[in-house]
Design a binder for this molecule. Structure first.
Ligand code: PLP
Length: 362
């Protein structure tokens, strides 16, 4: 696939060192943005063109732009980490490029070459490298694509905008919580068979928000979604995959059958554990079994995983049929160890499997 060269137009109004450092003291998550963005346009007949790195600025969007009406939109989430000796690491970014294209196919959107995706991401990271926080933080990268054609008929758009923005991030869950609590959504579904659950599209998140609001009302941090047919099998959270750790050393995670998002963190954890000889089963897990196993102590730990929060212990689960605590409710050593190993690999402190870390060249 041919791709246009990316024109680099530095932002003449980039913020001063002083301003930037002030913003980097406590960036939170998704609130602070860097000085640049990468963009490209696709039009039917012409393909991808007008690729550029420019000053970060609002889009000019026609009120009839397809994305505003029919939600033809996909995104990715990845991070750039500060490693030793001034290096900048990306973690398996080609996996994000591949998943982006898988999402594009499901949403009837044009694909983008892996090279163009990576060039856009890396050029943005290079331009805004000073925005990568020190220490625990990282630069969250958000590639996305949306229907920008002005047309109200229902069909795939004939113009799309691809963009990458960057946001310095501290901890994802505020307050340095050691474990999150989950609300079991037993009537609101995130995804169903044949739907878009496996695509990283904004629509899945829109569908999850009412359930997330319920979780807050119930005093919980996150929602756990069940399968849409039987409301029995555990799928995933609104934006994170789930793992279960049993007292006999086995680990389980729900299988990829089209309704859950194939997380890169999920795949990486499975691979790391299997390399170490841990038995990891990708198998369906029933919500009542989860409750029974937590009560009996057969389940020793449970954790959620995704790029933004890496690995987060699940301490408590609450549903209409009761609530239960996992272990002592604070997470355990297995969860802490896999979290530390992943963070170590991402930052170049621990050696991971070949090719997992890609350094951004200056
Ligand atoms: C992005 C996402 C994940 C996690 O994927 P990672 O590649 O590990 O960041 C899990 N579930 C949903 C619904 C997601 O959108």
């Amino acid at each position: 696939m041919l791709h246009p060269t990316l024109e680099v137009l530095p932002n003449p109004e980039s913020r001063s060192t002083e301003e930037r450092e002030k913003l980097l003291v406590d960036p939170g998550f998704g609130r602070v943005f860097t000085d640049h963005m990468a963009v490209a346009i696709w039009t039917r007949g012409q393909g991808w063109h007008s690729a550029a790195l420019t000053a970060r600025k609002p889009f000019v969007l026609d009120p009839a732009a397809g994305v505003l009406h029919y939600a033809q939109e996909i995104f990715e989430g990845m991070k750039a980490y500060r490693a030793q000796h001034g290096a900048i690491n990306l973690f398996r970014p080609e996996q994000n490029a591949r998943r982006f294209n898988a999402s594009a196919r499901r949403m009837a959107m044009p694909e983008i070459s892996e090279e163009m995706f990576l060039e856009a991401v890396e050029t943005l990271v290079r331009a805004d490298r000073d925005w990568i926080p020190d220490g625990e933080g990282s630069l969250y990268l958000r590639p996305f694509m949306f229907a920008s054609e002005a047309f109200l008929g229902v069909r795939p758009a004939e113009e799309f905008t691809f963009c990458v923005i960057a946001s310095p991030a501290g901890a994802y869950f505020k307050g340095g919580k050691s474990a999150v609590s989950l609300w079991v959504s037993d009537h609101l579904n995130r995804a169903g068979p044949g739907g878009t659950g496996a695509a990283k599209c904004g629509g899945n998140y829109a569908a999850s928000l009412a359930a997330q609001a319920e979780a807050y009302e119930q005093g919980c941090d996150q929602v756990v979604f069940l399968d849409a047919v039987e409301h029995r099998w555990v799928d995933e959270l609104g934006g994170m995959n789930l793992f279960f750790v049993f007292d006999d050393g086995r680990v389980a995670t729900p299988p990829l059958e089209g309704t859950i998002l194939p997380g890169i963190t999920r795949a990486s954890i499975i691979e790391l554990l299997r390399r170490r000889g841990v038995e990891v089963n990708e198998e369906s897990y029933a919500i009542d079994q989860w409750q029974a196993d937590a009560r009996s102590g057969r389940l020793s730990e449970a954790f959620a995983c995704g790029t933004a929060a890496v690995v987060t212990a699940v301490g408590r689960v609450k549903g209409r049929s009761g609530d239960w605590t996992i272990g002592n409710g604070d997470g355990g050593t297995f969860t802490a160890a896999i979290r530390n190993e992943l963070i170590g690999i991402q930052r170049g402190l621990v050696e991971g499997p070949d090719g997992w870390v890609r350094q951004v060249r200056r």
